[in-house]
Design a protein around this ligand. Structure first.
Ligand code: ZN
Length: 240
């Protein structure tokens, strides 16, 4: 099997600007995610951040990316429309996209969903319990029927996204809220997975189950060698 080329994109502002976030992710959220993927020898992992030229995602980087992982929060509006257009085009052509946590409000996720992507939230050190609701799904491989994250931010319904093609996880929080926390979509030839956990003040990306989910999602979202999409005026398809 070919190596899967993974680019982990992180806004990388919280960890640089405030000690309390740097204390959780000394080398940045992207580095923790990369470390989590590091045990998988078939992944070729690189990282990119917002303040690099062309937001870290110039055309050549995207052309060499099979799966893009996205973490952003406070600077969604600083991602240029040109960058969003480049990523959008690559997704339609088959690049996988994994959107994490507050990336629900990123320009690229909202563009791909076509809805507000809004939700309810609360930061109160609550335990999140993620139930596997699609046990046969490849993203759930190797998990128990649920797993817990000891402290996380709460996200609750209604989550204003289109109904997912497949729902892999449903989260429960002690406040009584539930949330569709593992949502699969396709757009064009590309596969998209939205995964809820990952607030910047909690060590979620060091959690073994979270790392397993992200690793499984990379496998799932990687391009398959399906037929090229053909559009426009075409001559008849004649018998062989
Ligand atoms: Zn958050």
């Amino acid at each position: 099997m070919m190596d899967i080329r993974v680019t982990i994109w992180n806004e990388f502002r919280h960890e640089r600007e405030e000690e309390r976030y740097r204390a959780v992710y000394p080398a940045g959220i992207h580095a923790a995610i990369a470390e989590g993927l590091g045990e998988e020898s078939s992944y070729r992992v690189r990282t990119a951040t917002l303040d690099e030229p062309e937001n870290g995602l110039p055309e050549d980087v995207l052309m060499e990316t099979d799966v893009l992982i996205w973490w952003g929060h406070k600077a969604h509006e600083e991602v240029s429309d040109d960058t969003v257009n480049r990523v959008h085009g690559r997704v339609l052509h088959g690049m996988g996209l994994i959107v994490l946590h507050s990336g629900h409000f990123s320009k690229i996720f909202k563009r791909l969903m076509g809805t507000s992507c809004n939700l309810i939230w609360r930061v109160a050190d609550e335990t999140e319990r993620l139930w596997v609701v699609a046990p046969a799904h490849p993203i759930a491989a190797g998990l128990d029927r649920y797993f817990e994250i000891e402290r996380e931010e709460m996200y609750g319904e209604f989550f204003d996204v289109p109904p997912p093609d497949e729902l892999v996880f449903l989260s429960w929080f002690p406040g009584g809220e539930v949330f569709r926390s593992g949502c699969c979509y396709t757009r064009g030839s590309g596969k998209i997975f939205y995964f809820r956990p990952g607030h910047e003040s909690y060590p979620t990306f060091f959690n073994a189950d979270v790392r397993k989910v992200i690793s499984n999602a990379v496998h799932w979202a990687a391009p398959t060698c399906g037929p090229a999409r053909v559009f426009g005026n075409q001559p008849p398809v004649t018998a062989g």
